[in-house]
Design a protein around this ligand. Sequence first.
Ligand SMILES: [Zn+2]
Length: 238
Amino acid sequence: MAAPSLSWAAQADQSVGQPGAETVRRATAVAGQAGGGVHFANHGPGLGRRIAVTFDDGPTPGVTEKVLAALRERHLSATFFMIGQRVAAAPSLARHVREEGHEIGNHSYTHPQLGRLPAQQVVAQLQRTQEVIEQNTGFRPSWMRPPYGSFRPAQAPIAAQEGLGVVLWSVDTRDWARPGTERILGTVLSQTRPGSIVLMHDLHLQTAEVVGRVLDGLLERGFEFATISNLLGAPRIA
Ligand SMILES: [Zn+2]
């Protein structure tokens, strides 16, 4: 079997979703109505100045290292929602993320719209990703983020069964579309509030180039950085 392609543009498999486009708001709205004992979080408590900065769709060789360096220089922690097949393709980089003290979340195995898949496939997507992350990093995620925010209320028990809480986001940089470094910076600094969950992607160099300024801007505004588990606690799973 060929190694998974690291170039999403080159992906021919229709089952592999285009990463980054987490902004299918329609799907997000559906997810926001979920019950079923699973906590669909998109915001933390607005107490104090705590926020969580999150990076989706990695690990990406050549990009994730730069994001890690920016965090390390400032002694900050973040959460990386990893795609299982990308962990399998770059296991040492995934391990490096964990060794630097960051939280790792489950972002499915092949980045499909989970909301469109039957239960059995959703289970497989989540389980395979839990396994590959745990095998390679020693860390078993307790939070998952559905690609595109696509997750149906009826699917909530599936995540719970895997011991996963579902977390979305409240500040969307749309950095996956490469809107320019100034736009990414402006979005984060104008929209982040106490409790915000900021969505970025360790997918393109543009994000890596601006992430240091983003972090500095947030620090200047007095925000304190937390991982998702530090911001939200353990997922509420019935
Ligand atoms: Zn994604």
